[in-house]
Design a protein around this ligand. Sequence first.
Ligand SMILES: Cc1cc2nc3c(=O)[nH]c(=O)nc-3n(C[C@H](O)[C@H](O)[C@H](O)COP(=O)(O)OP(=O)(O)OC[C@H]3O[C@@H](n4cnc5c(N)ncnc54)[C@H](O)[C@@H]3O)c2cc1C
Length: 486
Amino acid sequence: MALMTGKQYRDSLNDGREVYIDGEKVRNVSEHPSFKPIIDVKARMYDMALEAKYKDTLTTTLSNGEVVSRAYKAPETKEDLSAIRKHVETVLDDLGGVVYRVGDETIGEMWSLFDAQDKLNEIDPTYAKNIKYHIDRVAREDLFHVSANTDPKGDRSKLFSGKDGGTLLHVVEENDQGIVVKGAKFETAAAYAHQAFVKPTILDWNAGSEKMAPFACGFICDMGSPGLKSICRTSLGTERNPQDYPIATKFEEIDTLLIFDNVLIPWENVLFHRSLESAAYIRSTLHRYSAFNYTLRMLRRADYLIGAALLNVEQTGLTHLQAVKEKISELINYREGINAHLTAAVANAERSPGGLMMPNQSLLYTGRVFALANFPAMAHLTRELVGGQLAVTPDSTTMADPEIKQYFDQYYSVGEWTPEDRGKLLYFARDLLNSSYAGHRTTFELFAQSPPFAQQMAVFNNFDMEPQRELVRKAAGLKPSLPVTR
Ligand SMILES: Cc1cc2nc3c(=O)[nH]c(=O)nc-3n(C[C@H](O)[C@H](O)[C@H](O)COP(=O)(O)OP(=O)(O)OC[C@H]3O[C@@H](n4cnc5c(N)ncnc54)[C@H](O)[C@@H]3O)c2cc1C
């Protein structure tokens, strides 16, 4: 059976990987306090797939009889896309929170590359074979696969300054065993994943300059590879009280600066090499599938905002006010806007160039922009409805102090809401909206699927503009032969 247990996942991380955090070299990543909570979340996801009640939703059986995670089956029909949505929702329901980079979102980037098989075959048929092999392998071995795109960039004029001097990740050697790469990438979850799909960052890969060739590579990197170092940022949940920071202490996903210090990538893991065309292709299609799983998480975050706002105005008796109802309605409008894009993207799904079923690209990319652009407004409305207590309420240990507890009983009791319950709601809302973790999440959401300008480019490039041109041509009586420039 292909499916991994939570324990097997934890044990698999003891593979000699080099992980650093807070000035310490980590000996056992799955037991380290900064990583344990999120590793427990991922382990729970593995165990869920083995529970009878989740079998139909979280797994699927391949034609050869192998049972694999539902998340790793490339979509071939609209039903497959609906099943992916159901998978994400079921996992998030069980976990009771929102995690992004836990495998199902990032595998979609490999499906985008699968769609480029014909082009890759023209360059070198081995690459298309390797891509197919790795897509199957992730499913067969139930691997936790993440995505490394962004190099720390620095001075853009020096990015391609020679074979060994370039600042972007590049190939420094080719030998019988494979390619040797040097460079760095930012990568959420690298320290506790099995492998990453490493690929070029956002740049003008169509520029076609020969000096860019060593940088135009894509490959699968095992996270235990010699020479690879995961240098992690401080966790925002460690040493926090779970009662006061109920989200950060459970769902903190750790970001990593991944250093490739002359790492050997075996030929069977090379997906493309010295191919500017492939670099340009993957950059323009990277989120063709994964934006769906990503935007589903934004929808769930919107639901948490609505829930926090509603419970708060209900306990303080404000719901009947017209102005409060209007603000709740605004939240609902945003939420349903995201939902509408996702639903329509499946209903109007399109056949991909590689024969898979991809969510309707225009609706998916506009949905992602809609969700991200409106999230700050949603958060602000929620903050407004929750009120100032969100920011000023003392923590749970202080509330429980017998010497002063009476004051909380007096000033924090509302009807059937005890001070403890009100505290719980306010701490939850704080971690959703105001804590360091909440701020980090907002930045993650803004950038983790490429920066806003690239998301707008995806909208521009995936909208069929001809019908609008044609409408105006006809209405204004213009010649059909007028040139279209981009
Ligand atoms: C919390 C977090 C987690 C992340 N996780 C991952 C991960 O798992 N994997 C991964 O690969 N990356 C990850 N990233 C990196 C992320 O993809 C990048 O931050 C993002 O792509 C922007 O790149 P940059 O930071 O180098 O910014 P830059 O490229 O320097 O861009 C900064 C800003 O400059 C402007 N700008 C730059 N270039 C242009 C242009 N051509 N046109 C118009 N405006 C421009 C834009 O305003 C842009 O937002 C993560 C980032 C964060 C913050």
